[in-house]
Ligand binder design. Structure first.
Ligand code: ATP
Ligand code: LTN
Length: 332
Protein backbone atom coordinates (compact mmCIF):
# COMPACT_ATOMS: atom_id res chain seq x y z
CA UNK A 1 0.00 0.00 0.00
CA UNK A 2 1.36 3.44 -0.79
CA UNK A 3 2.13 5.77 2.08
CA UNK A 4 0.45 9.18 2.40
CA UNK A 5 2.51 12.08 1.10
CA UNK A 6 4.25 14.77 3.10
CA UNK A 7 5.79 18.00 1.80
CA UNK A 8 7.87 20.66 3.51
CA UNK A 9 10.72 23.05 2.83
CA UNK A 10 12.94 25.84 4.11
CA UNK A 11 14.55 28.82 2.50
CA UNK A 12 18.35 28.81 2.14
CA UNK A 13 18.46 32.23 3.76
CA UNK A 14 21.59 31.78 5.93
CA UNK A 15 24.83 29.81 6.12
CA UNK A 16 23.51 27.78 9.00
CA UNK A 17 20.09 26.80 10.27
CA UNK A 18 19.28 27.76 13.86
CA UNK A 19 18.10 25.40 16.60
CA UNK A 20 14.50 26.65 16.21
CA UNK A 21 14.52 25.21 12.68
CA UNK A 22 15.83 21.96 14.11
CA UNK A 23 13.39 21.68 17.02
CA UNK A 24 10.39 23.19 15.23
CA UNK A 25 10.86 21.41 11.92
CA UNK A 26 13.73 19.01 11.27
CA UNK A 27 13.04 16.67 14.21
CA UNK A 28 9.42 16.21 13.04
CA UNK A 29 10.52 15.78 9.43
CA UNK A 30 12.99 13.10 10.42
CA UNK A 31 10.42 11.20 12.50
CA UNK A 32 7.66 11.46 9.89
CA UNK A 33 9.73 10.20 6.96
CA UNK A 34 9.07 6.59 7.99
CA UNK A 35 5.28 6.69 7.88
CA UNK A 36 5.02 9.14 4.96
CA UNK A 37 6.38 9.35 1.47
CA UNK A 38 8.18 12.60 2.11
CA UNK A 39 9.41 15.43 -0.12
CA UNK A 40 11.73 18.01 1.42
CA UNK A 41 12.90 20.94 -0.65
CA UNK A 42 15.40 23.73 -0.28
CA UNK A 43 13.30 26.55 -1.68
CA UNK A 44 15.90 28.64 -3.47
CA UNK A 45 13.35 30.34 -5.75
CA UNK A 46 11.60 31.64 -2.65
CA UNK A 47 14.94 32.93 -1.35
CA UNK A 48 15.29 35.13 -4.45
CA UNK A 49 12.64 37.41 -2.96
CA UNK A 50 15.40 38.72 -0.68
CA UNK A 51 18.59 40.38 -1.96
CA UNK A 52 21.32 37.76 -2.38
CA UNK A 53 24.87 37.43 -3.55
CA UNK A 54 24.68 34.71 -6.26
CA UNK A 55 27.67 32.66 -5.09
CA UNK A 56 26.50 32.96 -1.50
CA UNK A 57 23.03 31.75 -2.40
CA UNK A 58 24.51 28.69 -4.11
CA UNK A 59 26.57 27.94 -0.99
CA UNK A 60 23.62 28.48 1.35
CA UNK A 61 21.55 26.10 -0.76
CA UNK A 62 24.17 23.36 -0.42
CA UNK A 63 24.63 24.09 3.26
CA UNK A 64 20.89 23.88 3.94
CA UNK A 65 20.64 20.55 2.11
CA UNK A 66 23.68 19.22 4.03
CA UNK A 67 22.02 20.15 7.32
CA UNK A 68 18.80 18.35 6.36
CA UNK A 69 20.85 15.20 5.76
CA UNK A 70 22.97 15.67 8.88
CA UNK A 71 19.80 16.04 10.95
CA UNK A 72 18.60 12.66 9.75
CA UNK A 73 16.66 13.20 6.52
CA UNK A 74 17.76 10.28 4.40
CA UNK A 75 18.01 11.05 0.69
CA UNK A 76 17.55 7.39 -0.16
CA UNK A 77 14.29 7.25 1.80
CA UNK A 78 12.85 10.73 1.30
CA UNK A 79 13.09 12.96 -1.74
CA UNK A 80 15.39 15.80 -0.71
CA UNK A 81 15.92 18.27 -3.54
CA UNK A 82 16.42 21.86 -4.62
CA UNK A 83 13.24 23.61 -5.80
CA UNK A 84 14.74 25.36 -8.85
CA UNK A 85 15.95 22.03 -10.23
CA UNK A 86 12.34 21.01 -10.83
CA UNK A 87 10.95 23.50 -13.38
CA UNK A 88 7.34 22.43 -12.76
CA UNK A 89 7.21 24.59 -9.60
CA UNK A 90 7.51 27.87 -11.49
CA UNK A 91 5.22 26.56 -14.25
CA UNK A 92 2.37 25.59 -11.94
CA UNK A 93 2.82 28.79 -9.98
CA UNK A 94 1.93 30.79 -13.09
CA UNK A 95 -1.31 28.90 -13.64
CA UNK A 96 -2.28 29.20 -9.97
CA UNK A 97 -1.50 32.92 -9.98
CA UNK A 98 -4.16 33.42 -12.64
CA UNK A 99 -6.67 31.92 -10.21
CA UNK A 100 -5.66 33.88 -7.12
CA UNK A 101 -7.54 37.04 -6.27
CA UNK A 102 -5.50 40.19 -5.77
CA UNK A 103 -7.35 40.84 -2.52
CA UNK A 104 -6.84 37.26 -1.40
CA UNK A 105 -3.06 37.53 -1.84
CA UNK A 106 -3.08 40.96 -0.20
CA UNK A 107 -4.45 39.44 3.01
CA UNK A 108 -1.38 37.28 3.65
CA UNK A 109 0.07 38.48 6.94
CA UNK A 110 3.66 37.48 6.10
CA UNK A 111 3.52 39.72 3.03
CA UNK A 112 1.99 42.55 5.04
CA UNK A 113 4.71 42.23 7.72
CA UNK A 114 7.62 41.94 5.32
CA UNK A 115 6.52 44.67 2.93
CA UNK A 116 5.90 46.96 5.89
CA UNK A 117 9.36 46.19 7.29
CA UNK A 118 11.21 46.63 3.97
CA UNK A 119 9.25 49.67 2.72
CA UNK A 120 7.56 50.04 -0.68
CA UNK A 121 10.71 50.55 -2.74
CA UNK A 122 12.37 47.36 -1.43
CA UNK A 123 9.25 45.19 -1.78
CA UNK A 124 9.26 43.14 -4.97
CA UNK A 125 6.32 41.39 -6.63
CA UNK A 126 7.91 38.00 -5.86
CA UNK A 127 7.30 38.65 -2.21
CA UNK A 128 3.64 39.16 -3.04
CA UNK A 129 3.34 35.93 -5.06
CA UNK A 130 5.50 33.94 -2.61
CA UNK A 131 2.51 32.02 -1.15
CA UNK A 132 1.35 31.00 -4.65
CA UNK A 133 4.73 29.44 -5.37
CA UNK A 134 4.44 27.67 -2.05
CA UNK A 135 1.00 26.38 -3.08
CA UNK A 136 2.54 25.05 -6.31
CA UNK A 137 5.27 23.27 -4.27
CA UNK A 138 2.69 21.48 -2.21
CA UNK A 139 0.06 20.70 -4.87
CA UNK A 140 2.47 19.26 -7.46
CA UNK A 141 3.12 16.29 -5.17
CA UNK A 142 -0.50 15.45 -4.28
CA UNK A 143 0.45 16.15 -0.69
CA UNK A 144 -1.58 14.93 2.29
CA UNK A 145 0.21 16.76 5.12
CA UNK A 146 2.42 19.83 5.40
CA UNK A 147 4.34 20.12 8.69
CA UNK A 148 5.10 23.81 9.23
CA UNK A 149 5.39 26.44 11.92
CA UNK A 150 2.31 28.43 12.86
CA UNK A 151 3.54 31.37 10.76
CA UNK A 152 2.97 29.30 7.59
CA UNK A 153 -0.54 28.11 8.41
CA UNK A 154 -2.21 30.88 6.44
CA UNK A 155 -0.20 29.93 3.35
CA UNK A 156 -1.32 26.32 3.61
CA UNK A 157 -4.90 27.52 3.93
CA UNK A 158 -4.51 29.54 0.74
CA UNK A 159 -3.10 26.39 -0.87
CA UNK A 160 -6.23 24.47 0.13
CA UNK A 161 -8.48 27.20 -1.24
CA UNK A 162 -6.65 27.24 -4.57
CA UNK A 163 -6.78 23.45 -4.84
CA UNK A 164 -10.51 23.40 -4.13
CA UNK A 165 -11.12 26.20 -6.62
CA UNK A 166 -9.17 24.40 -9.33
CA UNK A 167 -10.89 21.07 -8.63
CA UNK A 168 -14.27 22.79 -8.66
CA UNK A 169 -13.62 24.45 -12.00
CA UNK A 170 -11.79 21.67 -13.88
CA UNK A 171 -12.59 18.45 -12.04
CA UNK A 172 -10.63 16.43 -9.47
CA UNK A 173 -6.95 17.35 -9.95
CA UNK A 174 -5.28 18.14 -6.64
CA UNK A 175 -5.34 16.38 -3.31
CA UNK A 176 -6.30 18.82 -0.52
CA UNK A 177 -3.37 19.13 1.93
CA UNK A 178 -3.62 19.51 5.71
CA UNK A 179 -1.25 21.72 7.71
CA UNK A 180 0.33 19.95 10.70
CA UNK A 181 1.60 22.18 13.47
CA UNK A 182 3.59 20.86 16.40
CA UNK A 183 2.08 22.81 19.29
CA UNK A 184 4.58 22.59 22.14
CA UNK A 185 7.69 23.29 20.10
CA UNK A 186 6.05 25.55 17.54
CA UNK A 187 8.10 28.47 18.79
CA UNK A 188 11.63 28.67 20.11
CA UNK A 189 12.51 32.19 21.19
CA UNK A 190 15.63 34.31 20.85
CA UNK A 191 17.93 33.79 23.86
CA UNK A 192 18.54 37.54 24.23
CA UNK A 193 14.96 38.54 23.54
CA UNK A 194 12.70 35.71 24.68
CA UNK A 195 9.62 37.50 23.35
CA UNK A 196 10.87 37.32 19.72
CA UNK A 197 11.02 34.12 17.69
CA UNK A 198 14.54 32.80 17.08
CA UNK A 199 15.15 33.41 13.39
CA UNK A 200 17.86 32.95 10.76
CA UNK A 201 17.52 36.55 9.73
CA UNK A 202 17.49 38.16 13.19
CA UNK A 203 19.19 41.55 13.36
CA UNK A 204 21.64 40.44 16.04
CA UNK A 205 22.83 36.85 16.32
CA UNK A 206 23.70 37.04 20.04
CA UNK A 207 20.52 35.17 20.92
CA UNK A 208 20.58 32.74 17.98
CA UNK A 209 22.13 29.30 18.38
CA UNK A 210 23.35 28.09 14.98
CA UNK A 211 23.44 24.40 14.15
CA UNK A 212 26.87 24.78 12.53
CA UNK A 213 28.46 26.98 15.19
CA UNK A 214 31.45 25.74 17.08
CA UNK A 215 30.13 24.01 20.25
CA UNK A 216 32.03 26.42 22.50
CA UNK A 217 30.27 29.38 20.85
CA UNK A 218 26.83 27.78 21.36
CA UNK A 219 27.69 26.99 24.99
CA UNK A 220 28.67 30.62 25.60
CA UNK A 221 25.41 31.89 24.09
CA UNK A 222 23.42 29.62 26.38
CA UNK A 223 25.38 30.72 29.45
CA UNK A 224 24.53 34.33 28.53
CA UNK A 225 20.84 33.72 27.85
CA UNK A 226 18.48 36.27 29.41
CA UNK A 227 16.61 34.88 32.45
CA UNK A 228 15.10 36.73 35.43
CA UNK A 229 15.94 37.56 39.02
CA UNK A 230 13.82 34.89 40.72
CA UNK A 231 16.48 32.21 40.51
CA UNK A 232 14.24 29.14 40.36
CA UNK A 233 14.08 26.84 37.35
CA UNK A 234 10.38 26.61 36.63
CA UNK A 235 8.14 26.90 33.61
CA UNK A 236 6.04 30.06 33.58
CA UNK A 237 5.82 31.44 30.09
CA UNK A 238 4.11 34.64 31.12
CA UNK A 239 6.43 35.75 33.93
CA UNK A 240 9.59 33.81 33.07
CA UNK A 241 9.81 33.72 29.27
CA UNK A 242 13.61 33.27 29.21
CA UNK A 243 13.78 30.29 31.58
CA UNK A 244 10.65 28.75 30.03
CA UNK A 245 12.22 28.91 26.58
CA UNK A 246 15.37 27.18 27.86
CA UNK A 247 13.20 24.48 29.45
CA UNK A 248 11.39 23.91 26.14
CA UNK A 249 14.71 23.54 24.32
CA UNK A 250 16.04 21.19 27.01
CA UNK A 251 12.92 19.01 26.86
CA UNK A 252 12.81 18.93 23.06
CA UNK A 253 16.42 17.83 22.73
CA UNK A 254 16.33 15.18 25.46
CA UNK A 255 12.79 13.89 24.96
CA UNK A 256 12.17 14.53 28.67
CA UNK A 257 9.13 16.16 30.26
CA UNK A 258 9.52 19.70 31.61
CA UNK A 259 8.50 18.79 35.24
CA UNK A 260 11.26 16.19 35.43
CA UNK A 261 13.83 18.83 34.39
CA UNK A 262 12.37 21.30 36.91
CA UNK A 263 12.78 18.63 39.61
CA UNK A 264 16.36 17.91 38.65
CA UNK A 265 17.31 21.58 39.01
CA UNK A 266 15.13 22.40 42.03
CA UNK A 267 17.10 24.45 44.55
CA UNK A 268 20.01 24.92 42.14
CA UNK A 269 20.81 28.20 40.37
CA UNK A 270 20.48 29.23 36.73
CA UNK A 271 24.23 28.71 36.27
CA UNK A 272 23.90 24.96 36.85
CA UNK A 273 20.81 24.74 34.68
CA UNK A 274 22.45 26.59 31.80
CA UNK A 275 25.56 24.46 32.10
CA UNK A 276 23.36 21.37 31.88
CA UNK A 277 21.57 22.72 28.82
CA UNK A 278 24.86 23.72 27.17
CA UNK A 279 26.01 20.11 27.54
CA UNK A 280 22.78 18.83 26.00
CA UNK A 281 23.14 21.22 23.05
CA UNK A 282 26.80 20.36 22.47
CA UNK A 283 26.03 16.65 22.63
CA UNK A 284 23.13 16.95 20.18
CA UNK A 285 24.73 19.24 17.62
CA UNK A 286 28.34 18.03 17.76
CA UNK A 287 27.65 15.01 15.53
CA UNK A 288 25.14 16.91 13.36
CA UNK A 289 27.70 19.62 12.69
CA UNK A 290 30.47 17.11 11.96
CA UNK A 291 28.28 15.25 9.48
CA UNK A 292 27.19 18.45 7.72
CA UNK A 293 30.78 19.68 7.38
CA UNK A 294 31.83 16.29 6.03
CA UNK A 295 29.11 16.47 3.36
CA UNK A 296 30.15 20.01 2.46
CA UNK A 297 33.72 18.83 2.02
CA UNK A 298 32.62 16.95 -1.08
CA UNK A 299 30.27 19.32 -2.92
CA UNK A 300 30.37 17.23 -6.12
CA UNK A 301 28.93 14.22 -4.29
CA UNK A 302 26.32 16.40 -2.57
CA UNK A 303 25.32 17.91 -5.94
CA UNK A 304 24.98 14.39 -7.34
CA UNK A 305 22.64 13.34 -4.52
CA UNK A 306 20.55 16.48 -5.05
CA UNK A 307 20.39 15.97 -8.83
CA UNK A 308 19.17 12.38 -8.55
CA UNK A 309 16.57 13.41 -5.98
CA UNK A 310 15.43 16.26 -8.25
CA UNK A 311 14.93 13.75 -11.04
CA UNK A 312 12.75 11.66 -8.75
CA UNK A 313 10.74 14.73 -7.73
CA UNK A 314 10.33 15.79 -11.37
CA UNK A 315 8.69 12.53 -12.27
CA UNK A 316 5.92 13.11 -9.75
CA UNK A 317 5.63 16.84 -10.43
CA UNK A 318 5.49 16.52 -14.22
CA UNK A 319 2.48 14.24 -14.03
CA UNK A 320 0.48 16.81 -12.08
CA UNK A 321 1.63 19.67 -14.28
CA UNK A 322 0.66 17.81 -17.47
CA UNK A 323 -2.81 17.19 -16.11
CA UNK A 324 -3.16 20.87 -15.16
CA UNK A 325 -1.92 22.17 -18.53
CA UNK A 326 -4.32 19.91 -20.38
CA UNK A 327 -7.26 20.87 -18.18
CA UNK A 328 -6.80 24.63 -18.48
CA UNK A 329 -6.64 24.38 -22.29
CA UNK A 330 -2.97 24.59 -23.17
CA UNK A 331 -2.03 22.82 -26.39
CA UNK A 332 -0.30 19.55 -25.48
P1 ATP B 1 13.90 33.51 8.15
O1 ATP B 1 14.40 34.38 9.24
O2 ATP B 1 14.80 33.44 6.95
O3 ATP B 1 12.45 33.69 7.81
P2 ATP B 1 13.49 31.35 9.99
O4 ATP B 1 14.68 30.95 10.78
O5 ATP B 1 12.44 32.15 10.64
O6 ATP B 1 14.02 32.04 8.68
P3 ATP B 1 12.07 29.65 8.13
O7 ATP B 1 13.00 29.34 7.00
O8 ATP B 1 11.00 30.66 7.92
O9 ATP B 1 12.91 30.01 9.44
O10 ATP B 1 11.39 28.33 8.64
C1 ATP B 1 11.79 27.01 8.38
C2 ATP B 1 11.05 26.10 9.32
O11 ATP B 1 11.55 26.22 10.65
C3 ATP B 1 9.54 26.39 9.40
O12 ATP B 1 8.83 25.17 9.48
C4 ATP B 1 9.43 27.20 10.67
O13 ATP B 1 8.17 27.11 11.24
C5 ATP B 1 10.51 26.56 11.55
N1 ATP B 1 11.03 27.54 12.53
C6 ATP B 1 11.75 28.64 12.23
N2 ATP B 1 12.07 29.32 13.35
C7 ATP B 1 11.52 28.63 14.37
C8 ATP B 1 11.48 28.84 15.79
N3 ATP B 1 12.06 29.88 16.35
N4 ATP B 1 10.81 27.93 16.54
C9 ATP B 1 10.22 26.86 15.98
N5 ATP B 1 10.21 26.61 14.66
C10 ATP B 1 10.85 27.48 13.85
N1 LTN C 1 7.41 29.43 3.20
C1 LTN C 1 8.06 28.41 3.99
C2 LTN C 1 9.00 27.57 3.17
C3 LTN C 1 8.26 26.78 2.16
C4 LTN C 1 7.40 25.67 2.40
C5 LTN C 1 6.92 25.25 1.11
C6 LTN C 1 7.00 25.00 3.56
C7 LTN C 1 8.26 27.00 0.81
N2 LTN C 1 7.48 26.08 0.19
C8 LTN C 1 6.05 24.19 1.00
C9 LTN C 1 6.11 23.93 3.42
C10 LTN C 1 5.65 23.54 2.16
C11 LTN C 1 8.83 29.10 5.12
O1 LTN C 1 9.17 30.22 4.99
N3 LTN C 1 9.11 28.39 6.18
Amino acid sequence: MSRPRLYSGMQPSADSLQIGNYIGALIQWRDLQEAYEAFFSVVDLHALTQPNDPEELRQQTRRTAAQYIAAGIEPSKSTLYVQSQVPAHAQLQWVLSTMTGFGEASRMTQFKDKSHRYGADKTNVGLFTYPILMAADILLYQTDIVPVGDDQKQHVELTRDLAERFNGRYGETFRIPMPVIQRDTARIYDLQNPLAKMSKSAESDAGVVWMLDDPSVSAKKIMRAVTDSEGSVRFDKENKPGVSNLLVIYAALTGRQIPSIEDEYAGRGYGDFKKGLAEVVVEEFGPVRARALELLDDPAELDRILASNAARASEVAEKTLDDVYAKVGLLR
